[in-house]
Write a protein that binds this ligand. Sequence first.
Ligand SMILES: *Cc1c(COP(=O)(O)O)cnc(C)c1O
Length: 379
Amino acid sequence: MGGKEQTYVDEAFKTNWIAPLGPHVNNFETDLCDYTGASYAAALSSGTAALHLALIMLDLKPGDYVICQGMTFSASANPIVYQDAIPIFVDSEPETWNMNPEHLERAIKSCIEGNPNTQNAKLPKAIIPVHLYGMPSKMDEITAIANKYGIPVIEDAAESLGSSYLGKHTGIAGKMGILSFNGNKIITTSGGGALISDDEALISKSRFLATQARDPAVHYQHSEIGYNYRMSNVLAGIGRGQMEVLPERIKQRRANFNRYKIWFEKWNVAGFDIRFQEEDSEMFSNRWLTAILVDPAKNNGLTSEIIRLALDEENIEARPLWKPMHLQPVFEEYPFFGDGTSERLFDHGLCLPSGSNLTDEDFARIFEVLGAVLKDFSK
Ligand SMILES: *Cc1c(COP(=O)(O)O)cnc(C)c1O
């Protein structure tokens, strides 16, 4: 927390707007639209709920195909399976670590043709690219392919609030976008999410579905299955306060990245080859997490796991990248189109400490451990 969160929460208590809905929810939605450039937003209970509703509104039925980035957190794919639909996983490309447009098109063609991987020939109902660790996907190429085949895009922008590509905020290049305010994200409402879109009908439908799909009648009347997915007014109050500190959070996260980058560059000059996710000139990443790739073949045998264990020994937490979905026991039966890039990212990758509140002393401790490990592996 950092801004006026407490003030907004107190206001909710004072005015007795504790029930779901209320003025903070409306204002938080307006804040999200102003910030992202989306025309409409629905504040929901989580990013997962937002993605689930997005898929329901695209009429996702059992056996339908949805193409999903494989290198991601499981929440990008779970809602596909909630609908008994079939996720088709697509590999990443090496610069952004996000959906590879070439493999995307291969996957679409396979769905349309119905080859042994994808038995029933039909057009996928949606494409879900992810902006991993805040890095924008190559949305111009992805939307061009999606438009060529007439497939709607739902952007998973759960990790990329504040990131943009070609001057456009992530989440607004496709038909719908989802945001997350879970506890681990760049800003948080403790738990929460949002659906954003330029299509007013979709956003009002999502609000209807998220509040148990009550028909407009004085009694309780339902013609559709609904969900309890709306954000509460108390949490939206936290969200309003967090929106005020978001620019500062992005600055802090990007400063973390630059600090790591400059520090590792010195070691790279001395013979190492530690790599990062690369922004091109049209990309702006919120740098939610700073992650590195350590290929042992190019780093004198040093691995990301050796670094992780050395940090762990000093009680400093670092974690492997998301394990790709096609390698997960729960998803391994589903089709995958790729070339080994995400396996390699998973094998070589490590998320470094990236909190917005890292101090100079924290960095001194981190660099002391990292420096000792790199020294051991210097030629
Ligand atoms: C966090 C996250 C989600 C899910 O958001 P929740 O609000 O936790 O449900 C979806 N996709 C990605 C890539 C995420 O990191």
